[in-house]
Design a protein around this ligand. Sequence first.
Ligand code: WQD
Length: 326
Amino acid sequence: MTWLITGGAGYIGSHVTKAMADAGRRVVVLDDLSTGTADRLPDGVPLEVGSVLDRDLLDRVIRQYDIGGILHIAGKKQVAESVEKPLFYYRENVDGLRVVLDAAVAAGVGRFLFSSSAAVYGMPDVDLVTEETPCLPMSPYGETKLAGEWLVSATGRAHAMATVSLRYFNVAGAVSPELGDDGIFNLVPMVFERLTAGQAPLVFGDDYTTPDGTCVRDYIHVEDVATAHVAAVARLEDDPSASLVLNIGRGEGVSVHDMVTAIRKITGHEDVEPEARARRAGDPARVVASAELIHRELGWTARHDIRAMVASAWAGWCLRHPEASA
Ligand code: WQD
């Protein structure tokens, strides 16, 4: 069976594409290359360049490659941008998903995986976030992911399609320097950028009600995220009635302070003290996954620790910013 991977040339998508190819799966990538690049794909993986909103293109690709399942990873993922451009986010993330699902149903594609996000939870007031924790997204981005999950489940039920939605927590790291994250929108690359410029890393808020006063998150290596997709694909193939929504996290809370300390150590910048700044609007104090359900359902557990995430992310950063290691 051939799997279509939308967004398969992006940061997370290219890791999933590689993991699927390494697992011996036949895959085809559809990507508009807005953030992804063709050179992220393993040799021999076909790339179709275009938008998930292009129904004719989807129909042609699904027919031409005889697609049996879809991993829908394409999407916009910047929280702040979604506040500025909600219409754009709903179009790309919700309309885009609807067009892909519509094409899948029309062609009788029976397996569907959707990339969701911990952003669906908003500010959860619990120690470990389970899939039963109420979803109260705080940004248009989180809303589009929650609406997407509903659309996927409803379509699966109505059209006998096996479905899995995966809620990613804080993804970091790379399997090789070339596949590192190009964006500077999250804690790890933002600290790298400051250190490279000879500036102190910024800590947004040190007066939270957490053990060291800084926000706590669940960081997960992108290679682990990718292997979770491979496990979900096996489940979709074996279980035509699958209808799952699963967290992808490690179940271990790491504070901004601890993360910055690990980054300073691993990058050789231990001498640079971080600077505390005001809280960033909308940041929850603590968001840490319960990783129980995904372990029970898919037999999957994360393998990589914070050190592996930071060291591999730094190798990718140095490849794109040679001045960083000079
Ligand atoms: C982590 C912590 C910051 C930069 C977002 C989305 C989420 C998911 C992952 C996609 C926060 C603090 C950051 C800095 C800092 N994305 N920080 N100094 O906000 O937890 O999650 O990305 O699905 O949906 O909301 O991630 O990496 O931006 O921040 O102190 O220079 O680091 O305030 O507490 P976040 P992040």
